[in-house]
Unconditional design. Structure first.
Length: 362
């Protein structure tokens, strides 16, 4: 019997939207890349069992666990104080079941998955009562590779129990994310799980009011403008009697989607903790360039025409939406937008600066 302890990518070119994993709230998904099914997943309690099994407990799902009162006390450091989990272990005939404990101080959403080459392995969520030493089985759980998501995890102590409905002997990894707030549906509309990392250590959830949160941190809202996401870049150069200037501005920001965190690197900006924000139609974009020379003859030019040949200020429209995504890069540590990755960015469109690279975190 093992007791869990809390444990707190791959180089890609710039965002490919089709690679984002999507599953709606309170539903079951078969894997991180699957489409959603319409089966509700709730956390209602249905069975109470003793918390600590002996090492001779058979690995049969649903069997009543036995208690050995001579073993170490249940109030030892078995419970995990944290809301993220990613462990690797194995089940054997001598040790056919594992419990991984965690605690959440407020009501949360939960995403969990077990991965194993053994299709008989499964996990189940238990509500833990340390004062009585009991674990109450909930209706939340799944087989190997099944992704489970629910939005009604109550504050308190919990445990993920790993068992097998058949043979044992293979390794497994267990992943859980309970960092985001719980959700109360609005007019029948529930929270949506829009993106998650491979090991579930990062999730992006969109709530019924339009709020988008990354591991519980508010980033944007899809129904209103987001003044906190405005971005600008200016260049000014002068020499003798000549000067030139170039400016970009993104404002009145409308958000379509947000990725999980990553390491972002470009010539202009970099971050070890960033997300990509895909812009939606009606976002306001302004481009302006000008040049002046006092020579003979006198020269002056100015233009509001962007790299697509359209005059700004203008709002992004269906033409922009049909092309490559227009992306703001948001630094989670500084809480500021640090770059604009788009064909509307003069420096990227003209090849003056190389395209950025990203490394998504597991």
């Amino acid at each position: 019997m093992k007791w869990g302890k809390y444990l707190s990518g791959i180089l890609l070119a710039i965002l490919v939207l089709s690679s984002m994993s999507i599953a709606p709230a309170s539903v079951e998904a078969s894997s991180s890349s699957s489409t959603a099914k319409d089966t509700d997943t709730s956390l209602s309690l249905n069975t109470t069992q003793a918390l600590e099994p002996t090492s001779t407990t058979e690995a049969v799902y649903g069997e009543t666990l036995k208690v050995n009162n001579h073993r170490v006390t249940l109030m030892s450091n078995f419970n995990v104080n944290g809301d993220l989990m990613s462990f690797t272990d194995s089940l054997t005939t001598a040790d056919p079941t594992d419990f991984w404990f965690f605690n959440v101080p407020t009501d949360r959403s939960i995403l969990a998955q077990i991965k194993s080459s053994n299709p008989n392995y499964r996990f189940d969520l238990y509500s833990i009562d340390w004062s009585t030493g009991t674990a109450s089985l909930t209706g939340f759980g799944g087989k190997a590779s099944e992704l489970k998501f629910a939005t009604d995890l109550k504050a308190g102590d919990w445990g993920l129990r790993v068992t097998s409905t058949g043979t044992v002997g293979e390794s497994y990894s267990i992943h859980m994310n309970a960092a985001s707030p719980a959700d109360t549906p609005i007019n029948g509309k529930a929270a949506k799980l829009t993106s998650y990392s491979n090991n579930l250590l990062y999730t992006v959830i969109e709530y019924p009011n339009g709020d988008i949160k990354v591991n519980g941190t508010q980033i944007a809202n899809t129904t209103v403008t987001n003044p906190n996401l405005e971005w600008s870049r200016e260049f000014n150069f002068s020499s003798g009697g000549s000067y030139s200037s170039r400016s970009h501005n993104v404002s009145d920001v409308r958000v379509k989607s947000i990725t999980t965190p990553m390491k972002y690197t470009s010539n202009y900006a970099s971050s070890d903790n960033a997300v990509l924000i895909v812009l939606n139609a009606d976002t306001l974009f302004t481009y302006f360039e000008s040049a002046y020379s006092s020579g003979n003859p006198l020269y002056h030019s100015s233009s509001f025409v962007d790299t697509s040949g359209r005059t700004t200020p203008r709002r992004l429209d269906f033409i922009d939406m049909a092309g490559d995504p227009d992306i703001l890069v948001y630094d989670l540590d500084t809480k500021k937008v640090i770059d604009f990755v788009s064909n509307l960015n003069y420096y990227y469109a003209k090849g003056i600066e190389p395209q950025p690279t990203v490394v998504y975190y597991n």
